[in-house]
Design a protein around this ligand. Sequence first.
Ligand SMILES: Nc1ncnc2c1ncn2[C@@H]1O[C@H](COP(=O)(O)OP(=O)(O)OP(=O)(O)O)[C@@H](O)[C@H]1O
Length: 219
Amino acid sequence: MGDVEVLALDRVDFAASAGEFDVILGPSGSGKSTFLNLVGGLDTPTSGEAWFLDHPLARASEAALTRYRRDHVGFVFQFYNLVPSLTARENVKLVTEISRRPMRPEEALDLVGLADRMNHFPAQLSGGEQQRVAIARAIAKRPDLLLCDEPTGALDSKTGVVVLEALLRVNAEFGTTTLVITHNVAIRAIAHRVINFADGRIASVETNQTRLPASAISW
Ligand SMILES: Nc1ncnc2c1ncn2[C@@H]1O[C@H](COP(=O)(O)OP(=O)(O)OP(=O)(O)O)[C@@H](O)[C@H]1O
């Protein structure tokens, strides 16, 4: 930025195995979103390597990154980014229409517990329900990788737990490798591994010997 060089990430070295559910913690500005954006092909690093299986991401063309995101990655953000004039089913259908082997929108919404709300518009749904529509939209294309940046950031504890249950269910049923950024340390207990960022680096990685179900945590 101007004359000031910001190292958003510095010497980060990390690999996730297929099917892992990892939680990413760290103070504001520690590099979590930058990391997720590199993994998701939304951004490219100035140096270093990033790989998804045998796809090199660090110096891939925009077109190759677009294909990578479309074919392999689902994104969930803090704010749900639903199209207000479309129903829950239609919001999910936007994605299934451009995917190679999608679920039916009804199946994706059923997975997140919204079978009975398919014809509702976003304004007719609670925050947690809207986030579950966003999750259904992200998983309907059967992504290999699900990247979530503060998915429960706007939600109260009870609603957030329902959203986490939906993420865990998708991970368990489809083996979707899932990375979840959160400021909420209580959420660490549901992860296989917890990645702690500080000052643009991975300060530590912890493995949970026992994991808690989402229903056992609160904040
Ligand atoms: N587009 C940008 N231009 C300049 N600096 C940036 C840009 N994006 C991020 N940064 C800086 O990079 C560092 C890492 O930012 P990043 O958003 O990855 O952190 P974060 O851990 O996700 O923070 P938060 O929890 O607040 O979202 C910060 O110092 C931030 O100010």
